[in-house]
Design a binder for this molecule. Structure first.
Ligand SMILES: [Zn+2]
Length: 333
């Protein structure tokens, strides 16, 4: 009898049955509405059933609300902290008074530019990054250790370096550097070229090396009247840089690390003498405590982990010798 019913159905009835089957299939397979993105982020690690039973932690891990969009490392070569006291440096003063600072940071015991800057940018001691020479030597190749630039570039940020000495080209690794320029041999030239590039391209991690204070130190002696004048000129260059940040409208999205690679005494540096090894270390900008003198010991190899911490790119920090200078930040636990 049933077969008889089927056979007797009209074409319109067949179409109706097909629609009914399709509707049923759709209704039973309908997926629940996904939660909004924000609640996904909160719950992605914890299944809903467990979350209800998990007590709310009293201290939340630090997660920067808005990490800096731009990070600038300005390195005044050969700058002793006591030179900042003796010279008139109103711009640098405004940075440390509105930022976090120490006058007792230590560079590498081998107090020379390339080993020290490599420690700054890798978070490693000289023993671990292996760069113990201070000349441009193509046969030695590029720095092998992973740098801050490699890590930040892998996270999608654009990068640039402006330097005054050819040996720093050992840090010009294609894995981390979008733009590298030996931009002159004197502070004003280098800063002008850096600002011209920044205006056009707005790279997000930038290293600017100012070599003149070191050069005048070698030509006269460390802490000479001429060298203190060079410090004042470097201060004015940093003033131009801050004006640029202001005009470009990015000052309030920026983090600046102002430091040095070594000091000096007599007409030389390179030893572990405290006058060679002690450097200023000033952090200013997004998320940074104002007018805070750091109580912890700071080493030049703490610089890269501190910047990664500020950016929230913390995965590689545990592989470094340096540690983030946590007390520099407002919301550290
Ligand atoms: Zn030097």
């Amino acid at each position: 009898m049933e077969a008889m019913v089927f056979f007797s159905m009209s074409r319109a009835e067949w179409v109706l049955i097909l629609f009914a089957i399709l509707w049923l299939a759709l209704a039973t397979s309908q997926r629940p509405t996904p939660p909004p993105v924000s609640s996904l982020a909160e719950t992605s690690q914890i299944p809903a059933s467990e979350k209800e039973n998990t007590p709310k932690p009293t201290v939340l891990p630090r997660m920067p609300e808005s990490p800096p969009h731009y990070v600038f490392i300005i390195l005044i070569e050969g700058l002793r902290p006591d030179a900042l006291q003796e010279a008139q440096t109103p711009v640098i003063r405004s940075l440390w008074q509105n930022g976090t600072y120490t006058w007792t940071a230590q560079t590498t015991p081998l107090s020379l530019t390339l080993p020290a800057v490599t420690s700054l940018l890798t978070g490693l001691t000289v023993e671990h990054h292996g760069v113990d020479w201070n000349t441009w030597d193509p046969d030695r190749g590029l720095v092998r250790a992973r740098t801050l630039f490699d890590l930040v570039h892998a996270a999608g940020l654009s990068t640039a370096l402006f330097v005054g000495k050819k040996e720093l080209a050992h840090l010009n690794k294609p894995t981390g550097v979008d733009y590298f320029e030996v931009a002159g041999d004197e502070d004003h030239q280098i800063m002008q070229k850096a600002i011209a590039y920044l205006e056009l391209h707005k790279p997000q991690l930038v290293f600017i090396h100012l070599p003149s204070v070191d050069e005048v130190g070698h030509a006269t002696h460390w802490m000479s009247k001429q060298q203190l004048q060079a410090v004042e000129k470097a201060d004015a260059e940093i003033g131009h840089f801050l004006e640029f940040l202001d005009q470009a409208g990015i000052k309030d999205q920026s983090l600046i690390l102002l430091t040095s690679d070594h000091g000096g005494h007599g007409k030389l540096h390179g030893s572990a003498d405290p006058r060679d090894r002690t450097i200023p270390w000033i952090l200013w900008g997004v998320g940074v405590q104002k007018n805070h003198e750091i109580t912890a010991s700071v080493y030049i190899w703490d610089s890269a982990p501190t910047i990664l911490h500020a950016l929230g790119l913390t995965n590689a920090i545990s592989t470094m010798d340096g540690k983030p200078v946590r007390e520099a930040f407002v919301s550290s636990p």
